[in-house]
Design a protein around this ligand. Structure first.
Ligand code: OGA
Ligand code: MN
Length: 289
């Protein structure tokens, strides 16, 4: 079967039709999808009613799955709803009930609503994320994506020179602190210790440079904190202007695959203590940036 490709934004994002991801991929189709994700950065597959196992099998065509563990989340293993091959992007606890409004897990998860790149706080930040919408709210709960190539390319030569060799510290504590979450256990402080990432990165497949920003970035190495925060704010504001953003309105059984090396994303508001949003993410581990 032929794949049909429909670009959804002038800079990135394409919808791919003609594929049932439950079927094994031929090497040709696997190659085609690899080329498409390199070219478009975000691929949308509609009507994919898949099981967790099928999502894992499809994901593995594109690399090794990142395993969730307590170093990267506040959820203890015994409280997980999904296997540790998944990041649980839902608003549900292990009994499939809504998180309590004041629950620490809910508050922590709200951190997904500020611009980020997945696992930027890990030494090897994520390559791809594959998010499956198993149940979606009737209103709100979109995911917005921002392209990080074009805003970089349009920076002034002076700004490019200023940021070329800068390195940032990323931590889950920095992104959560932005939202006022200021309590972490001693163990969490140890587990969430900052990692260093370059501010400008080069995509290995295309050679294009991009801004590696995320709400997890809270410091710039050797810079005073206030100036670092100001520069990161400034760049994030530039990079998330409307012309660089695509908003995905979820339909049930959409599967969205994105390249974290050249995009940022964030969730948008919905009635998360009233409407179920069951989203399950597999993440493909990356190399050092
Ligand atoms: C993610 C993510 C935001 C959302 O899946 O990694 O940040 O809620 N999602 O759509
Ligand atoms: Mn995310």
């Amino acid at each position: 079967m032929e794949l049909t490709i429909k670009p959804l934004h002038p800079l990135f994002v394409a919808e791919v039709a003609g594929l049932d991801i439950r079927d094994p991929l031929s090497p040709e189709i696997q190659d085609q999808i690899q080329n498409l994700i390199d070219q478009h950065g975000i691929l949308i597959f509609r009507d994919q009613n898949i099981s967790d196992d099928q999502q894992v099998v499809f994901s593995r065509y594109f690399g090794e799955i990142e395993i969730a563990n307590s170093k990267h989340n506040i959820t203890k293993q015994e409280n997980r709803r999904l296997s540790n091959m998944f990041a649980d992007i839902s608003n549900l606890n292990k009994n499939n009930e809504f998180h309590e409004k004041e629950s620490r897990q809910r508050i922590f998860n709200l951190g997904n609503r500020i611009w980020h790149s997945d696992s930027a706080f890990r030494p090897n930040p994520a390559r791809y994320s594959l998010l499956s919408g198993r149940e979606v709210p009737s209103k709100g709960g979109d995911t917005q994506y921002a392209d990080m190539h074009t805003p970089y390319e349009r920076l002034s030569p002076e700004m490019k020179e200023l940021i070329e060799d800068l390195r940032c510290e990323h931590s889950l504590m920095y992104s959560r602190a932005r939202l006022g979450m200021d309590y972490f256990t001693e163990q969490e402080k140890e587990d969430f210790k900052p990692v260093i990432q370059p501010l400008v990165r080069t995509h290995p497949a295309t050679g294009r440079k991009s801004l590696f920003l995320a709400s997890h970035a809270g410091r710039i190495v050797d810079w005073p904190i206030t100036e670092a925060k100001l520069l990161l704010e400034e760049l994030t504001e530039i990079a998330t202007q409307r012309e660089y953003v695509y908003t995905h309105k979820w339909k049930r059984y959409d599967l969205v695959m994105w390249d974290n090396r050249r995009t940022m994303h964030r969730g948008t508001r919905f009635e998360d203590t009233k409407q179920k949003r069951d989203m399950r993410r597999t993440t493909i581990a990356g190399d050092p940036a």
